[in-house]
Design a binder for this molecule. Structure first.
Ligand code: 9UX
Length: 69
């Protein structure tokens, strides 16, 4: 299991935090996601054999937020 912190820009309230958390946790291979509004980031525990960091970022972007590298 790996851990990575990705940027999550564009969140403006706790609802966004819950939405991004749910989107990330719904991905196969993700076991935990801690999203921070203050830090504009998400720290994700994931199985690199199942899901890539790029896929994490794409899921965040598909949910309407920005996740620049
Ligand atoms: Mo808050 Mo975010 O009213 O997707 S839920 S802005």
């Amino acid at each position: 299991m790996n851990e990575v912190t990705i940027k999550v820009e564009g969140m403006s309230c706790g609802g966004c935090v819950k939405n991004v958390t749910g989107v990330l946790k719904a991905l196969p291979g993700v076991t935990d996601a801690q999203v921070s509004l203050a830090d504009a980031s998400a720290t994700v525990r994931y199985d690199p054999a199942t899901v890539s960091v790029e896929a994490l970022r794409e899921a965040v972007e598909n949910a309407g937020f920005d996740s620049p590298t």
